[in-house]
Design a protein around this ligand. Structure first.
Ligand code: NOJ
Length: 591
């Protein structure tokens, strides 16, 4: 099929690269204007972005060397996944020293250079705050496990566990870990169990201890004082543990995150953190809200509560899949996906703010998961999802490679993976005979987090220009010769050029930020059509979520007036009320 990007030059040329923020205090459609509401955020997974020293691992100087690319893409904020000193049991989500840069990624001077380069280009940087747990190699835990009377003992959660009459020891309760097995490990030195919701090398901090909280606030100030603009907060609803930590019931065991999250002191801790730290800076905070339902969202982000600015709610990204343990790729329907966004529009008030995302370093690639990554449809499909993410209500978060339409990796065997969660699950599921190796590997290939972590595809040179090493830490997707930034740069119909135009369009159109959202046809099985309206300005977005063309008749009051962005020319339309949409085609009109 002949794909062509159509861009109405006269309209787009008038748009500036950055949104014209409304004057402070003046509400826009009832919303308080904020830079982080108007920003497009781009997540960088440092290990996979760009290697600068040939060791096969991405690093900070590598990111610095790609800042012009990110500036040209038009994103306003970069979210950097953990860059701190870590033994990498979970690729940096296990922090050994919060004030040191991971050796493989560079030095503090490299961080400062990166930050300066970001600011120089009028972008901002947010970093990952991982404080539900640390590494077991963090000095606090090294001390804590030394003796029951160590001053740091109470920095973590220690329990004696249970002892049967025959002397057998069992964990204090039946909590399962996100990464398989029990969430408790017996430490022989002091003969007590410590809690770890994730790997045994990621002990959970004890937030009831005010000294722990003070340490966390202090390290937050350290990075904010350096000039970062806020935090993405890892599994933040888990920091307050359930009262008494009783066994999970059979029902709760079906979805442990719902039982682990939003404990009794969460609001108190977040308010304290906001009061003592966040409120003192011009920053943004976005909480990764595992185990949190939409109904609980207001209680974290309502701006009158002074807790977090936004959270990631997983309803859409995990559609048909579980947020816990080794899952399967589930089935889903378009009305179900639309119902999630419709519910967000209903439940969230003008005091709340949302995020929109379908990708991150913990999930497989968008086109492979939600769309169709075949050669014929990958490009329009990637464009469609970016169109949706950048025109729905909420701050959009893009993940590295989305802008190229990168796809899942053809994983075959266990050795192809790096992820600790897969390795642990293999031991727990396959080696105990619960599932065959073939079935396990077939399911994981479609949902594995490593799908998102394969190196960025920069060009068609060996290892996609990611590294000069012949051994990148995770294999490059073999499709890099066809899918890479350099090739897309020179192709006016590429996903990359489309996403640039889309970000520019959004950046200059406050209706996409603060405008009301209306789903025009919630039950349509193939088409997602909606409007964004701000005062007299209205935009219409129409997306064909299928590989078959569709004739779509707009509701009566609407006309497809001025086409702003699309893959195909609209000259073949019979009328402005019936649209002939090609496979996975998306369009944006101004009414
Ligand atoms: C969520 C992070 O996104 C994920 O990568 C990590 O494994 C867990 N939290 C534990 O930190």
């Amino acid at each position: 099929m002949f794909w062509r990007m159509l861009l109405k030059a006269s309209i787009v040329a008038a748009l500036s690269a950055f949104p014209a923020a409304a004057p402070a205090q003046q509400l826009v459609n009832g919303y308080e204007p904020k830079w982080w509401k108007e920003a497009v955020v781009y997540q960088v997974y440092p290990r996979s972005f760009q290697d600068s020293n040939g060791d096969g691992i991405g690093d900070l100087p590598g990111i610095t060397s790609r800042l012009d690319y990110l500036q040209k893409l038009g994103v306003a904020v970069i979210w950097l996944s953990p860059h701190f000193d870590s033994p990498n049991a979970d690729n940096g989500y296990d922090i050994r020293d919060y004030r040191k840069v991971m050796t493989e990624f560079g030095t503090m001077a490299d961080f400062d250079t990166l930050l300066a380069g970001i600011k120089q280009r009028h972008m901002r940087l947010i970093i990952d705050l991982v404080v539900n747990h640390t590494s077991d190699e963090n000095k606090w835990f090294v001390e804590s496990r030394r003796s029951r009377t160590n001053p740091y003992r109470d920095f973590y959660i220690w329990r004696p566990g249970k002892t049967a009459p025959d002397g057998t020891r069992t964990p204090p309760n039946n909590y399962p870990s996100y990464f398989s097995g029990s969430a408790w490990t017996l430490d022989p030195k002091t003969n007590e169990y410590y809690l770890h919701y994730f790997a045994a090398k990621q002990p959970d901090l004890n937030w009831t201890n005010p000294k722990v909280r003070e340490e966390v606030y202090s390290l937050m100030r350290f990075w904010l004082d350096k000039g970062v603009s806020g935090f993405r907060m890892d599994v933040i609803p888990l920091i307050s543990k359930p009262t008494g930590m009783p066994d999970l019931t059979a029902e709760q065991l079906k979805a442990p995150p719902n039982a682990y999250a939003n404990g009794p002191h969460l609001a108190e801790y977040l308010r304290e953190m906001n009061h003592d730290v966040l409120s003192k800076y011009d920053d943004m905070s976005v909480g990764e809200a595992t185990g949190t339902t939409l109904a609980q969202e207001n209680s974290l982000v309502d701006d009158r509560r002074h807790e977090l600015n936004m959270i990631f709610n997983f309803d859409a990204i995990k559609l048909g899949r579980s947020d816990f343990g080794p899952s399967q790729l589930g089935s889903w329907s378009l009305p179900e996906l639309k119902a999630i966004y419709d519910a967000h529009a209903t439940v969230l008030t003008k005091h709340d703010w949302d995020t929109v995302f379908l990708s991150n370093h913990d999930n497989p690639r968008i086109v492979s998961t939600f769309g169709n990554d075949s050669q014929a449809t990958r490009v329009p499909c990637a464009k469609l999802f970016e169109t949706m993410i950048l025109t729905l209500r909420g701050t959009p978060f893009l993940y590295e490679g989305d802008e190229l339409g990168m796809t899942d990796y053809p994983f075959k065997k266990l050795e192809d993976y790096d992820d600790i969660s897969i390795k642990n699950a293999y031991k727990a599921e396959v080696e105990t005979g619960k599932i065959s190796a073939a079935d396990f590997l077939a399911a994981q290939a479609k949902v594995s987090r490593d799908n998102a972590r394969t190196p960025m595809q920069w060009n068609s040179s060996p290892e996609a220009g990611f590294t000069t090493s012949a051994h990148p830490w995770l294999a490059v997707n073999p499709n890099y010769k066809q899918i890479n930034a350099e090739q897309e740069e020179s192709d006016s119909a590429s996903v990359l050029n489309y996403v640039r135009a889309l970000i520019k369009l959004r950046a200059g159109t406050l209706a996409f930020v603060y405008g009301d959202f209306k789903d025009l046809d919630p039950q349509h099985p193939q088409v997602f059509a909606y409007t964004r309206t701000l005062g007299k300005e209205q935009y219409l977005v129409v997306e064909n979520f299928s590989s078959s063309p569709v004739h779509y008749t707009l509701p009566e009051s609407l006309k497809a007036a001025t086409l702003l962005l699309s893959d195909l020319p609209d000259s073949h339309e019979a009328s402005t009320s019936t649209l002939n949409l090609g496979a996975w085609e998306s369009r944006i009109y101004k009414q």
